[in-house]
Design a protein around this ligand. Structure first.
Ligand SMILES: [Zn+2]
Ligand SMILES: [Zn+2]
Length: 385
């Protein structure tokens, strides 16, 4: 349904510059400060202007605030945006004003991985997601002094009331589901679920271990349950998260502070797991993941690690047919995979709404603090009505 506020006022007479409210990071380490900015809405042919309704907070936003990786500051972050299309560029055919959309990661569409159907490994992934500008170096955001503010983060910079995305990273979604619930599908939830369903194609009856039960890990637990994996072993140090993992489908939980992870996995699986997902970003956990595998098993690195992190791997363990691989964004092609996740959700098999806590936009720093200390799995900022 298109409402009056979704239409640019006056059609071609609409103002080029739109006043927006955005959370700006000006110095390394934050805070996220709400500022009034201006957004130049002269769209490129492939661009889409979105009125942001909600945005998830992801650990990557926090890491970039801390300049790992170093998106240039000042910048508007946010990369799990959902909202309503206001206007689409001349070449856009898959979204129109009034459509409800989720925004996902960006990719170039022209490199070898993109052309091979693996845009999550885009050769230009860093500049198009973390570069802080369009690929041509331009930026649509200015502050009150007219100075440039870096945007286009993950092709969206959705910690803002309005966002300029592109046809490549926008996915239409049904308008009968709340946008604040759908927002995290564009990164965290598709990352965990995609690792299980797309990348590893975990079969029924396979044993699977999830090291780290944040939003990504719990999405993996739900997907593993949906696909019939068993046992599904969740490992973490936060008891509340382990309890939630058990409710969402983990057959076993291991508190890494109190128990010997390797011994528990060996005991539960009877000698090794078919799949281990490493989501903590800690080198010693990847070492443990490889050592916990059954012959022919696969250990997958999913969580981002500190710059320069290296893990020790038992070389002879690999001779048992074991595989170590990395996975980005769950190998998701968002326009295909997000509708699949919504279908699973409607069937009651992917209850991701249970992971979400909503915050007002002005409470963004509290939302970040709550996800960093583990007390909230997936904060979502409610930005627009
Ligand atoms: Zn993310
Ligand atoms: Zn590419």
């Amino acid at each position: 349904m298109t409402t009056a506020q979704d239409r640019p006022s006056g059609g071609q007479d609409s103002p080029v510059v739109l006043p927006v409210t955005a959370a700006v990071v000006r110095v390394t380490g934050g805070p996220f400060a709400l500022e009034e900015l201006s957004l130049d809405t002269r769209l490129r042919p492939d661009e889409i202007l979105v009125r942001v309704v909600a945005t998830g907070v992801c650990q990557t936003d926090v890491h970039v605030r801390d300049q790992h990786p170093p998106t240039p500051l000042p910048a508007v972050l946010g990369h799990e945006g959902a909202g309503v299309v206001m206007r689409a560029g001349a070449a856009v055919t898959t979204a129109a004003p009034g459509d409800h959309v989720v925004m996902s990661y960006q990719s170039c569409g022209r490199c070898r991985p993109c052309l091979s159907g693996f845009p999550t490994y885009c050769a230009r992934s860093f500049p198009v997601n973390f570069g802080g500008s369009r690929p041509d170096g331009t930026n649509a955001l200015r502050d009150g002094d007219g100075a440039e503010v870096h945007g286009h983060f993950f092709g969206q910079s959705s910690f803002a009331t309005h966002s300029i995305a592109t046809e490549r990273n926008v996915v239409r979604v049904p308008d009968d589901l709340p946008l604040h619930l759908l927002a995290p599908l564009g990164c965290g939830f598709q990352t965990g679920a995609g690792a299980v369903l797309n990348s590893l194609r975990v079969p029924p009856g396979a044993s699977l271990v999830v090291l780290g039960t944040g939003a990504v890990g719990l999405a993996a637990v739900m997907a593993a349950r949906a696909t019939g994996a068993s046992p599904v072993i969740a490992v973490d140090i936060v008891p509340e998260r382990l309890a939630l993992a058990a409710e969402l489908g983990a057959t076993h939980t291991v508190n890494a502070k109190e128990e010997d992870i390797a011994a528990r996995i060996a005991g539960i699986t009877g000698g090794g797991a078919d799949f281990v997902l490493e989501i903590t970003g800690r080198p010693e956990m990847l070492t443990l993941a490889v050592n916990a595998l059954a012959p022919l098993g696969t250990a997958a690195q999913i969580g981002g690690a500190p710059a320069g992190a290296h893990a020790e791997v038992n070389m002879n363990a690999l001779l048992g047919g074991r595989t170590v691989r990395g996975i980005a964004q769950g190998d998701s092609i968002p326009r295909l995979f997000i509708p699949q996740l919504i279908a699973l959700h409607r069937a009651g098999r992917f209850p991701f709404d249970r992971l979400i806590r909503a915050y007002g936009f002005e409470d963004i720093n509290q939302a970040v603090a709550d996800t960093c200390d583990g007390s909230v799995v997936k904060p979502v900022l409610r930005i627009g009505g």
